[in-house]
Structure formats: C-alpha cells, structure tokens
Design a protein. Structure first.
Length: 127
C-alpha cells in the first residue's frame, strides 16, 4: 500500500479504474517538488507565499552569488512546503547559453537510504 498518493498532474485516465491516474510515494514527492519550484510567488490564489520562483532564474541574469541565494531560497521553500522529502542537495547550473538546470537530490522521509535526482531545465530560447 502506498504511503503517499497524489493526483497525476497529466490528468491521464486509468483504463482499469476509469479514473485519473495517481502518483505514489517517491513519484508523488518528485511531482510536488517540481510543482513548488515551478510556481512563482503570488501565482497561487489565497497563498501568495507559496512557490520557489524557479522561472525567475531564466529571466534574470544571475551572478554566482545570486545563484547561491536562489539555491537557498529553493531549499527553504521545499523544506517548508514538502515535509515528505529530505533535501540532500540542490545545484543550479548556468550553461551561459540561455538555460539553467536545477538539480534536486532528495530522499523520502520514510526511507532515507533511497536517493532520487530531479532535473529541471529552464531555457529562454527554442533550441
């Protein structure tokens, strides 16, 4: 039996149950982390403080110091909003070609030996 269950944001239909597919356990946590990073402050109605402003990285050319500050901002928001995950590391890579990659390494709280990596790529141009 899964410990955590969330709705799959793709809203795809499960052919067996005729209902929306679900994300469970570490996949539910991964989806939640991605959602938190991709949400901008003030975007969520009635909760203006939710979100890590991940898209701000792309549209503002950041210095190494600002990248470090953004990293700590993301860590703080994930720790606040996603108690099911232990954040091991976050890396923000600027490839100087109009894109950034945010890599999040985490473990679920129910199994600290399991480690998952989640990579999000932000780009300003269609390459």
């Amino acid at each position: 039996m899964p410990r955590y269950t969330d709705i799959d944001f793709n809203l795809s239909k499960n052919e067996l149950t005729d209902d929306i597919n679900l994300k469970t356990d570490i996949n539910a946590i991964s989806q939640s982390i991605k959602n938190i990073i991709l949400t901008s402050k003030t975007e969520k109605i009635f909760n203006n403080s939710f979100g890590a402003d991940g898209y701000d990285i792309v549209f503002n050319e950041l210095s190494p110091l600002e990248i470090t500050a953004q990293k700590f901002k993301i860590i703080a928001e994930l720790q606040l909003q996603e108690p099911r995950a232990i954040i091991r590391d976050i890396n923000i890579e600027d490839n100087k070609l109009g894109s950034y990659i945010i890599s999040v390494t985490f473990s679920p709280v129910y199994d600290t030996t399991t480690v998952r990596n989640l990579n999000l790529e932000f780009t300003t141009s269609s390459q």
